[in-house]
Design a protein around this ligand. Structure first.
Ligand SMILES: [Zn+2]
Length: 86
């Protein structure tokens, strides 16, 4: 049974974006839609059905939070690591 750490994902501008269950160690590189507990700004889960390079922008600073892509057969967000704080 893998252990997940609950973390709040925040944009570099300070806007909280999501509460996410992260598995494994290391930095947050991708976010699986199934592990997003709360979509705090309403910009993440609305992109779930379009896993083909859809860009997700921060609703506050308009910077690119990440890109929706297929990861191991699951729709996920490849996050822009320079912009995200855990
Ligand atoms: Zn922002």
């Amino acid at each position: 049974m893998p252990r997940y750490k609950q973390l709040t994902v925040t944009c570099s501008c300070g806007l909280p974006l999501a509460i996410y269950y992260k598995g494994g160690k290391g930095r947050l590189r991708k976010m699986y839609f199934g592990r997003i507990k709360e979509d705090l700004c309403g910009v993440l889960l609305t992109q779930k059905g379009q896993p083909n390079g859809t860009e997700i922008l921060c609703p506050n600073c308009q910077k690119r939070i990440g890109t929706v892509a297929m990861v191991l057969g699951h729709a996920a967000i490849k996050v822009n690591q320079g912009l995200i704080r855990e």
